[in-house]
Design a protein around this ligand. Structure first.
Ligand code: G3P
Ligand code: CA
Length: 247
């Protein structure tokens, strides 16, 4: 049965990659959460999509040039006051650490997909830090690391041979199975358009191994549920969950 993952939490309805957004996704009944990580100047792993603060916070600058204490000054909610469900309490939201998200998940068995957004040289040592935090705080839950950059995934495997890794894919390849075998991938995380418009059936046959992003339209969700993909990653987990119970 297809699992539903909340993309950056419940990104369609709440400020992305915040504890609020993750909490709301949990309440809607997701089986998994997707989030993005970067590393601060003082070596802390934080959950934010961009390398810089400007788009999602009221701060400015690059994550790698700021300490965690400096990052925590800025709000991740204040810019989202155009959302219909906005309340001023959102202004208190801060960039969470990975550890804080894992604390939030502590009494659940929700799966976690950690996406490394950057190239291997951006944050030296990030893979080791990730593996250490996951070992200490993730408990028994499934954790899947994903990246568009194979070298990051290979380094993660070097740090932890049991790490589950998934390649992010947004362009057509004719040999997905070879990738899976060669790099010991647990899955491919694939752009929805590649599987929904897949004339050669490179991917449709692999559906049970694929997690598909970012699926926000009802008709697309229905098609992917029928194909039996491993998971749908969506900004609207509530909608996907209600469809998954009817398809
Ligand atoms: O994990 C899939 C998806 O999150 C990749 O794209 O830009 O939303 O991080 P992006
Ligand atoms: Ca992501």
């Amino acid at each position: 049965m297809t699992k539903i993952y909340g993309h950056r939490g419940s990104k369609g309805t709440y400020p992305e990659n915040t504890l609020l957004s993750f909490q709301k996704a949990i309440e809607s009944g997701v089986e998994g959460l997707e989030l993005d990580v970067h590393m601060t100047k003082d070596g802390e792993i934080v959950v934010i999509h961009d390398e810089t603060l400007e788009r999602t916070t009221n701060g400015a600058g690059s994550i790698k040039d700021l300490t965690l204490a400096e990052l925590k000054q800025y709000s991740t909610g204040v810019k989202f006051n155009t959302f219909a469900n906005y309340t001023q309490s959102w202004d208190e939201e801060r960039i969470p650490t990975l550890q804080e998200v894992l604390e939030l998940l502590k009494h659940t068995n929700i799966e976690l997909n950690i996406e490394l957004k950057t190239y291997i040289h951006t944050y030296p040592g990030i893979e080791r830090k990730l593996v250490n935090i996951v070992h200490e705080y993730a408990g028994e839950r499934r954790v899947v690391y994903s990246s568009f950059h194979l070298p990051s995934l290979i380094r993660l495997k070097q740090e932890d041979n049991d790490a589950q890794i998934a390649l992010l894919l947004n362009q057509l390849i004719s040999n997905p199975l070879d990738y899976i075998d060669t790099f010991d991938l647990e899955s491919i995380h694939i752009d929805k358009d590649l599987i929904l418009h897949d004339p050669y059936h490179f991917f449709k046959e692999l559906a049970p191994k694929l997690r598909v992003w970012t699926v926000n339209e009802e008709e697309e969700m229905k098609k992917l549920l029928q194909l039996g993909v491993e998971a749908i990653i969506t900004d609207y987990p509530e909608m996907a969950i209600s469809l998954a119970t009817t398809v």
